[in-house]
Design a protein around this ligand. Structure first.
Ligand SMILES: C[S@@+](CC[C@H](N)C(=O)[O-])C[C@H]1O[C@@H](n2cnc3c(N)ncnc32)[C@H](O)[C@@H]1O
Length: 226
């Protein structure tokens, strides 16, 4: 049977005129047809992009030196491990991985790394350290925009033969986030709305309540106004 394509998959699942960008990103990355669930791990030399631990072993070595300088960290967990290169570089066998992508999990299992697909699957309820590299920017975000004295969200229009971008008035939860984070109303400037990162981190803290969290990510800078 031919593999369904992403376009018809979206049309069948959503019988709506449009979906918000965070829903589109969730589907594009993590659905069965998504980027992270195809035949090979994407953040690898054979994949599409390279992350710091794939480029240099010193990333993990520096973290290992820091872990060693702390007294006796137990139940260490990495979230979003990809190929597991950072765990290998740190060199502590007992580190557990939480990795959403089934393709990446197969790679981790081959390397003998204990892995779960979500935080909720972890048996432990405590951890001295949760760490991760480039996980937060892979959590589906919404995209906001300020125009003509109003806030909008970018949506993906499910047109008959193609996908296109459109704008719709911002949802309440996203507007609350904009106000809470003092996002500047710069005309026609697109920005990420990270409601789902807040939810993700809150769920990690609620479930595990780690003593330390170490996350590396790359985002945009917003200069203070005035
Ligand atoms: C950009 S890759 C980074 C992989 C690795 N940390 C590295 O530096 O090479 C992001 C990884 O996070 C995983 N991921 C995204 N959301 C996740 C979640 N909620 N829980 C666990 N893993 C997640 C993705 O499947 C992907 O493997």
């Amino acid at each position: 049977m031919p593999k369904q394509n992403f376009f018809s998959y979206l049309h069948e699942k959503y019988e709506t005129e449009f979906i918000y960008f965070d829903t589109f990103m969730e589907e594009a990355l993590y659905s069965q047809l998504g980027f992270f669930n195809t035949a090979f791990v994407r953040s690898d030399k054979e994949g599409d992009f390279l992350t710091s631990p794939e480029v240099s072993e010193y990333f993990g070595k520096i973290i290992r030196n820091w872990i060693n300088s702390e007294s006796n960290l137990k139940n260490i967990i990495e979230i979003g491990s990809g190929t597991g290169s950072l765990i290998e570089q740190i060199g502590i066998k007992e580190i557990t991985s939480v990795e959403l992508s089934s393709t990446a999990r197969q790679e981790l299992i081959k390397k003998g790394i204990k892995t779960h697909s979500t935080i909720d699957e972890l048996i432990t309820k405590t951890s001295d350290l949760i760490f991760g590299n480039e996980i937060l920017d892979n959590i589906p975000c919404s995209i906001g925009l300020y125009r003509d004295e109003g806030w909008y969200e970018k949506v993906v229009l499910l047109e008959e033969t193609s996908l296109a971008y459109g704008l719709r008035p911002i949802r309440n939860e996203q507007l609350d986030w904009v106000n809470k984070n003092n996002i500047a109303p710069n005309e026609d400037y697109e920005f990420e709305i990270q409601v789902n990162i807040d939810k993700f981190l809150n769920s990690v803290i609620k479930k595990i309540n780690p003593r330390k969290i170490l996350l590396f990510d790359y985002g945009y800078e917003q200069k203070k106004q005035g």
